[in-house]
Each structure stands twice: as C-alpha cells, then as structure tokens.
Ligand binder design. Structure first.
Ligand code: NAP
Length: 242
C-alpha cells in the first residue's frame, strides 16, 4: 500500500485511440468524487481510495450530515482526509467520478452532474434493485443501468461499470478482499485505469467486455443476495478461475 498517489498516466497508452474527446484521460487522476459516498458502498470505496492516497471528495445532498456520517472513517485515515461537497461540486472538482446512489435516484443524479463529468471516466456501481424483493432479478424495461447511463451521458463520458457484486461491509476491513470485480466499459483504456484503482484498493478486477455485458453483474447481485439469505452468509462473492 502507498501513502502517496502514483497517478495513472494515460500517456502510456495509445493516445490516438482517444482523439480529442478524452482530454481528462490524458491527465493524471489524483482526485475522485464519490457521489452518494455517505452510504454503505460509497463509504467503503471512499475509505479504500483515500487510504491509497487519492483525494476523495464525497458528493451528497446534505454535505454537513454526510461529513458527520463518515467521521469515524476520517479518524482512521492517517494522511489525506475525505471531504464532502454537493454532488455537482464533487463531480466538477474531481478527475474521475463514482456513482454510488440507489437505483431510484440514478437518472436524476446523472442529469444533474452531466455537464460536470464531460470527458471524464464515470464509474457506475448501480444495481437496479426493486425493494422489497431484492433477491430477485428485476431489470428495468431498458435492461442495463450502466448501458443506459452511457446513452444518457453521451460519447464524451467514459462510463465504466464495476463493484455491483462486492459486499459493502467487507470494504471497511483492512484486508485485501477475496471477491473479484468485473469491469465493463466501451474503452479498454478506461477499464484499465479502473482495474488499476481496484488493485490499489486491495482487490482484483477483470476486463469483462463492453458496457453491453454489464447487465450480467447488475443481475448477479440479486443472486448473491439470495445465496447470502439461503446459506446465512454475510457477503458471498465470486472469483474467476482458469
Ligand atoms: N450496499 C452494497 O453492499 C452494494 C454493493 C454493490 C452495489 N451496490 C449499489 O451501490 C449503490 C449504493 O448502494 P448503498 O447500499 O451504498 O446505498 P445507500 O446507502 O442506500 O445510499 C447511498 C447514498 O445515496 C445518496 N442518495 C441519493 N439519493 C437517494 C435516495 N433517493 N434515497 C436514498 N439515498 C440517496 C445518499 O447520500 P446523501 O444523503 O448524502 O445524498 C445515500 O447515503 C446502489 O445502486 C446499490 O445497488 C451496493
């Protein structure tokens, strides 16, 4: 684990593939906005990113309340503390943005931050769960949430889908996680950057294809919730083996 940022420089990749639509990807990623970061998944991801040396800015509808919610996490961080802003400000100030909000709020927040995420990577973690039957796959009519996000955001935003199958409770521990992360997105270079971040957070990520494939991970969450309930497990996960 590092104490300071070793930024990912996209310059090591073939710049030609990006044309002029990927300006942010030519910059080093130092700051990460975690929208909904006061929640279960976002808190764990923010903790691991800050511990890896990134400047984490949580986005919240109520920054004062969110800052109180994450105070114990900030106490555990030795160097860089996590700050909290509005969702828009967090997205605007960050080099890369993560979306960790409930499905019910997914479209609204995407529309709100759309101008602030242009030419950036946006990691979408959303699972289209429909309470109360969360152990049942209930995809929306349009199918994949991440694919829809890419459609709404347009080609100038690089949507990468990941983390749908991680149990939030595991992220707050200090250990590396056994469960592995499937990473989807239309730009290989954007997926590569996210896989690098995942590694720095103490996990293993896998290239799992284009955003079209994200529907598999979005559906798998309900299967894992069912397994957790049936076998009384705290957070089942999976590993890719050869
Ligand atoms: N929990 C997990 O283990 C897990 C695992 C994999 C994937 N996911 C996915 O990750 C996303 C976040 O999950 P979560 O469990 O972290 O959710 P959560 O704790 O219920 O909510 C996350 C945050 O979203 C913000 N938010 C914005 N609009 C909201 C609304 N209408 N209702 C409630 N909160 C709202 C809240 O922050 P502010 O009040 O500060 O704005 C809240 O703290 C979901 O799409 C979920 O399916 C979760």
């Amino acid at each position: 684990m590092k104490n300071s940022v070793t930024p990912f420089s996209i310059r090591k990749y073939d710049n030609k593939e990006y044309s002029d639509s990927s300006i942010i990807m030519e910059k080093d990623i130092k700051s990460i906005g975690v929208l909904g970061g006061s929640g279960a998944l976002g808190t764990g991801l923010s903790f691991r990113l800050a511990r890896a040396g990134y400047k984490v800015v949580i986005g919240s509808r109520n920054p004062d309340k969110a800052l109180k919610k994450i105070s114990t996490i900030n106490q555990r961080l030795v160097k860089e503390k996590i700050s909290v802003e509005s969702n828009y400000e967090s997205a605007e100030k960050s080099d890369l943005v993560m979306l960790t909000v409930p499905f019910s709020n997914h479209r609204e927040i995407i529309m709100e931050i759309l101008p602030a995420v242009q030419k950036k990577i946006l990691i979408d973690t959303t699972v289209p769960l429909v309470p109360p039957k969360v152990a049942r796959v209930q995809l929306p009519e349009f199918g994949s949430v991440a694919k829809k996000a890419q459609e709404w955001l347009g080609k100038e935003v690089h949507v990468v889908s990941a983390f749908q199958n991680v149990a939030a409770s595991h992220l707050l521990g200090d250990d590396n996680l056994q469960g592995e992360i499937l990473v989807f997105g239309n730009k290989k270079e954007a997926r590569e950057i996210v896989i690098g971040l995942i590694q720095e957070m103490g996990m293993k990520g896998w290239h799992a294809g284009s955003i079209d494939n994200s529907v598999v991970a979005e559906s798998m969450t309900s299967v894992l919730i069912f397994i957790n309930k049936f076998y009384k497990m705290k957070g089942s996960c999976f590993k890719i083996v050869d």
